[in-house]
Design a protein around this ligand. Sequence first.
Ligand SMILES: *Cc1c(COP(=O)(O)O)cnc(C)c1O
Length: 813
Amino acid sequence: MFSYKLSEVADAMNAKLVGNPDQIIESIWIDSRHIVLAKNGIFFALKGAQIDGHTYVQSAYDKGIRNFVVSEIPKSLGEANFLVVDNPKKALQAWAKHHRQKFDYTVVGITGSNGKTIVKEWLYQLLYDKIKLIRSPKSFNSQIGVPISVLEMMDGISLAIFELGISQPNEMMQISDIVKPNLAIITNIGEAHSEFFKDREQHIQEKIQIAEHAEIIIYPSDDTALKQAIKNKYPNKKHISFGESNEADIQKIETKEGLKVNFKNKTYQLPFEYKDEASLNNALICFAVLTQLDIDLEHVLDDFKRIMPVEMRLEVLEGSHQIEIINDAFNSDLSSIPIALNVLNHHAKPKKTLILTDILQNRQKGAALYQEVADWVNAYPIQKVVLIGEEITEFKAFFKNLYASFKDTASFLNELKASDFAGETILLKGARKFELERISKVFEKKSHDTILEVNLQNLLENLNYFRSKLKPSTKLMAMVKAFGYGAGGFDISQALASQHIDYLGVAYADEGAELRQQGISTPIIVMNPEQNSYTSIIESSLEPEIYSLRVLRKFTEKLIDKNIATAYPIHIKLNTGMNRLGFKLEDISELVQELADNPYVKVRTIFSHLATSDVPSEHAFVHQQMQKYQEMYERIVSNIGYRPTRHILNSAGILNFPDYQMDMVRVGIGMFGVSMGSAHQKHLKPVVTFKTVISQISTLQAGDTVSYGRNFKANEITKIATLPVGYADGLKRSLGNENGHVSIHGQLAPIIGTVCMDMMMVDISGINCQEGDEVIIFGEKPSLEEVAEQCNTITYEILTSISSRVKRIYLKE
Ligand SMILES: *Cc1c(COP(=O)(O)O)cnc(C)c1O
C-alpha cells in the first residue's frame, strides 16, 4: 500500500491544495458506496457520462472521508482537505504516472481483443510461487482502472502485470504513458471493441502504442498487417512473435501429448491440457514472457499443467426435465465460440445441445464466416444444433447435427418445449439482441411445481411505507439475515440497493461474504461475528457487531495480524434487557478504556434491540430499555468524544415507537408486509406467495381414509386433491388434520389427514378445479399471518422454514 502526503499528491497532479498539506493519504475511493476504511482515504469526484462524482461528495464525507479531489469545492461540507483540479480523472492519471516512476522492476502490459485477463491470470498462476509479483484486479483495464492499479505498485516485488484495455482512439497513448510497460504484449487484434475505429489499420496503430516505452514487444506472427505495423513503428525494439509459421520466434507444434514449442532452435514440451486455438495462443504468450524473465525456464515449464481456466461470465442454471442450461447469451464474436464449446464439452451430461444465433461483431461475413463457425461446432460431440437468426439459417446446411432452425427466439419458443431437451445440457450462445435468456427463463420456470414467489415491487412499497413513518434524515438498515428471511438474500439485497439503503444486516459472515461476491456493495453489518470468521469479515469488507470485550480484543488482534492500518468500522451492541448479546452497564467503563487505547477500530454505530416492541402489554419495558440505552450511549460518548450513529428500532418498533427512531432504524419482517396485526396492516402488501399445483384428483367413498395413521375418514363421497408439497418443503406438519387450508381459485380447501414428507391432501369438495391447477399455500389468502397462527408460531419461523429445495421466483416491475 502507498502512503503519500497530501502535498506530494497535489504536486503530482498539479492541484491547488486547500487544507492540511501533511495529511497522509493511503487509499483511493471513486464510489462512495464502497467506502469502508475512510481514514486517510481520498475520494475522487469523477465525472462520467451519466453521473458526476461531485454529487456523492457528501455521502463520502458521511462515511468519514476527509480528503477530496474535486473540480469545485462543494459548499456546506464540514472540515475537509481538497485538491482542486480541472479534471479529477486526469489528476488520478497524473498521480499514477508519478507513482510509476518510483519503481524500476519489470512491468508487463497486456492489450488485445481477447485473452488479456487470461494471459494475466495464467502468468500469475505460473509465477506466484517463484517471484514476487502483483497484477491488476480483474477488469481494471480502463482509463480509471489502470491508474488505480498502478498506484498499487510497491517496493519489494520484481514484476507487475497490467491489463490495458481501450475502446476508442487516443486512449492507448494515455494509459501506456502511465503504465510504461517494459514488456508489451498484444494478444491479438480481433473484432471486439472495434466499432469506434475507422478501420482495422487505425485499430492496430492505436493498440501498438502500448509498446511506446517498452524494450520488448510480443505479438502474433500470423497477423501480417499487425506485424508490419510493429516493424515499421518500432524497428529497434526486441520483437518476439508467436504462432504456427516457421517465421514465428515462438513456434507452436501441435502434438497429442500437449503443446510443443520451438524457440531458438530448441524444442520444449509443455504439459498443457487445453486444445482450443485461443488457449494454445495464450499459452504461447505466457511462454514468450517466461523466456524474457530472469528465471529458470525449464523449472517453470512443468507448471503449465496447473493452469486453470479463468472464470468466465457463463451462468449455469438448472432447468426442468433434468436440463442443465449454460447461458452465454452475452456475445457472439467468433473467437468466443470455441471457449463456450469447450465449456459445454466439459459438462457432465452426455447429451448436448447447442442453440446458436447469428454471429455479430465480425467483419467476416456470409458463407466464409458460417463455414468457420460450423467447422468449430462440427468438431465437438454435440447431438443437437439449433440455429436462431435469419443469417445463420441461410447456412444451416453446414451444420452436421442440425435439429431445427428459426428466424428468431420467439418462433423457437412457439415450436419447442423444455421436454424436447429432457436430460440434456444446453448451451445458449448468442448475441445479446436475440435475448436467448428468454429460453432459459421458460425452461427454468416450469420445472418447479412448488415455488416461493417473491414480489420485489411489493417489498419496496412496504419498505417505503415504513420509511414514510420516519424523518427524512433517519437512516435505514435492512435486515437480510437468514437468506433474506427465507426469501433470498441476494435478490432482496439487490432490489434494496436501488432504494438507498444505508446498511444491510446479516447474521453470519458467510452470508455477507456471499452478498459481496455477488456484487452487493452496500455496507453490511454482521450481527453474529463468529471468532473463526474474522478473516472473512475483513476480506469481504463487512462490519462486525462487537458485543463483548473478548470479541473486541480478538477482532483487534486479527486487524493487527492482517496489517490493517486504518481504523476499521465496528458496531457496539448494548444489552438493555434482551439478555442475548451485548455490553451491560457495568461493562462500559472497561469498554471505553479499551476503545481509547485502540486505534485499530472506529465505532460507527451503537445499538440495542427491543424485546417487546410488538407486545402491547409490555410497552413499559420498551421505555425502560430505551432509558438504559440512552444512559449507556452517553457514557460511551463522553469518553470517546464522538457520537456514533444510534439505533434501536426494528419493524414493530418503527410502527409503535417512532419517537425512538434516533439516527437509524432496522427494518426486517415489515418489508414482507407483516405488521403484527396492527392498524398498519392495510397499508402493507403481501410479498411472499407459497404456491404449488394439483398433482392428482381422486374421489373417496364413505369410509375411505387418507394418509398415514388414517386420521381422516370420509363420511360421504369426497373429492380430494394431492399436492406435491410436504413438511420437507417447510410446510408445517401441524397444519394437517384440518388445522390449515390452502386456496384454489380463491376458495379455501382444508388440509386433510397427516401431512407427508413431500405431499399432502386437501378436500376440494365444491371447488371446480383440475389437475395441474394452481394452489396457494399462503400469500394473499390464506395470509402468512393466518398460517403462522394456525401453526402456533410467528411469521418469521414460517418464512425461514421454507426449504431450499423450493425454487424462489422473483417478480419485478
Ligand atoms: C432481525 C433483527 C431486526 C429486524 O427485526 P424485525 O422484527 O424483523 O423488523 C432488527 N435488529 C436486529 C438486531 C435483528 O437481529
